[in-house]
Design a protein around this ligand. Structure first.
Ligand code: GLV
Ligand code: MN
Ligand code: MN
Length: 412
């Protein structure tokens, strides 16, 4: 039985509401960092929506918000989740939409006075993007039990993770206590963040797996100097070197093609004045591929190529790996169940791989995972222009409800 609800429109409206003050750390647009005032405001609001949907709520030591709707029998829950944090200058749907759809699944059951043979936990993860501290998926890793040690992280304003966690009553050495005892499955709905579904005229797709990723923080050091007096052949210009490195990274990825992608997404130039030769440049490198081995081979060649540029230009060069996650296949049995729900709801079967990272790739250590992708306009994401159609979100909710019902029938 599928429970009808107007939840698709409400899920979108709630994401839109979370895209503005006080749920953003900036007045002009959306940026919600982990453990910021906007994160606090979002937690309070989302917890209120969870309680309205019949859930009990709590914050775990990693500052994941967990709403729980009890089942008729003891045992591990079904987890439905995604993240509340955002990139800088974000769209409204990357993350929050999956949380809102989880709440809508529970709200429909609650409105019908129904419980399933298992509890449902809706989790709003605190950090997926790594947009404040240089480590992504910190809180899903804590919850999944894969956060071995927590480095001394510092944000761009010099605030330590320790200080930020203290503001929420936690501490780095308490993150491990967020470890979850286990779940029957983890389900995440997310905008596709790419153009495939739209190009094929499809609202929804079943994710087969998530690409492997690795991230580096690199520093290039030359010599700062006077832009008017220092002759060109005598310069050690860190930015000219870094620019050549960016092009080399792009060339390496282009030469490999396929699902291999490499991005320099952040760069700081110091001292950063029009009349000073740049002496110090820091930038990030993000490399992804469908398979760990392809990612690693590309990353190795990229580091070699930029080291060669640094040597030729007499620049000092340092690279630190700050993040690595293996490729994460979704569970075949759950994929079949999600596809069945999709087809029963009148959609063509379509499976696709995710180049974007998701909490699901970390949650695979805790439970079998399933992901449902929702078409987004022009495939645009990590951008304020991010957009989803209410009809597509409503369709996703119907499919999720069917999928959850099926899990219930299997365990009845
Ligand atoms: C998360 O959005 C990522 O793929 O970087
Ligand atoms: Mn994202
Ligand atoms: Mn996301």
């Amino acid at each position: 039985m599928v429970i009808a609800s107007p939840g698709g429109a409400r899920a979108v409206a709630r994401c839109d509401a979370l895209g503005r003050l006080p749920f953003s750390d900036i007045a002009d647009g959306l940026y919600r960092g982990y453990l910021t005032p906007a994160h606090r405001a979002a937690i309070d609001q989302v917890a209120a929506w969870m309680r309205e949907a019949g859930m009990d709520t709590r914050l775990d030591p990693a500052v994941n918000l967990i709403g729980r709707y009890e089942g008729t029998a003891p045992g591990p829950p079904l987890i439905i989740g995604s993240h509340l944090d955002s990139v800088r200058d974000a769209g409204c749907y990357d993350g929050p939409l999956g949380v809102m759809l989880g709440i809508e699944c529970v709200a429909a059951l609650h409105a019908a006075g129904r419980r399933l043979p298992f509890a449902i936990e809706v989790i709003a993860f605190g950090d997926e993007e790594g947009s404040r501290f240089p480590a992504a998926m910190l809180t899903s890793r804590a919850l999944a039990g894969t956060l071995d040690d927590v480095p001394d992280l510092v944000d761009a304003d010099g605030i330590t993770l320790r200080t930020a966690l203290a503001g929420f009553g936690s501490a780095p050495d308490r993150l491990a206590l967020a470890r979850h005892p286990g779940a029957i499955a983890y389900l995440e709905a997310h905008i596709e963040q790419g153009p495939v579904l739209e190009a094929e005229g499809l609202a929804l797709g079943v994710v087969t797996g998530i690409a492997a990723q690795v991230r580096y923080a690199t520093t290039v050091r030359g010599t700062a100097g006077h832009a008017g007096t220092c002759a060109m052949p005598l310069r050690r210009d860190a930015l000219a070197g870094a620019a050549e490195m960016v092009c080399a990274i792009e060339a390496q990825a282009l030469a490999r093609g396929g699902d291999l992608v490499a991005t320099v997404g952040r760069m700081e130039v110091r001292p950063g004045a029009a009349n000073v030769i740049p002496g110090d440049v820091r930038f990030t490198i993000d490399v992804r591929a469908g398979e760990d081995a392809r990612r690693d081979a590309a990353a190795e060649d990229i580091i070699d190529a930029i080291q060669a540029i640094a040597d030729r230009r007499d620049l000092d060069f340092d690279v630190q790996r700050i993040h690595v996650l293996p490729a994460s296949p979704c569970d075949p049995y759950l994929m079949d169940g999600l596809e069945e729900a999709l087809v029963e709801a009148g959609h063509p079967a379509r499976r696709l791989v995710s180049g974007a990272g998701h909490d699901a790739m970390v949650m695979a250590a805790l439970a079998p995972t399933a992901m449902l992708f929702i078409r987004c306009r022009d495939g645009i994401s990590h951008n304020p222009a991010e957009h989803v159609e209410i009809a597509d979100v409503a369709a996703a909710l119907t499919v999720m409800q069917r999928f959850v019902e099926k899990l219930g029938e299997c365990r009845a």
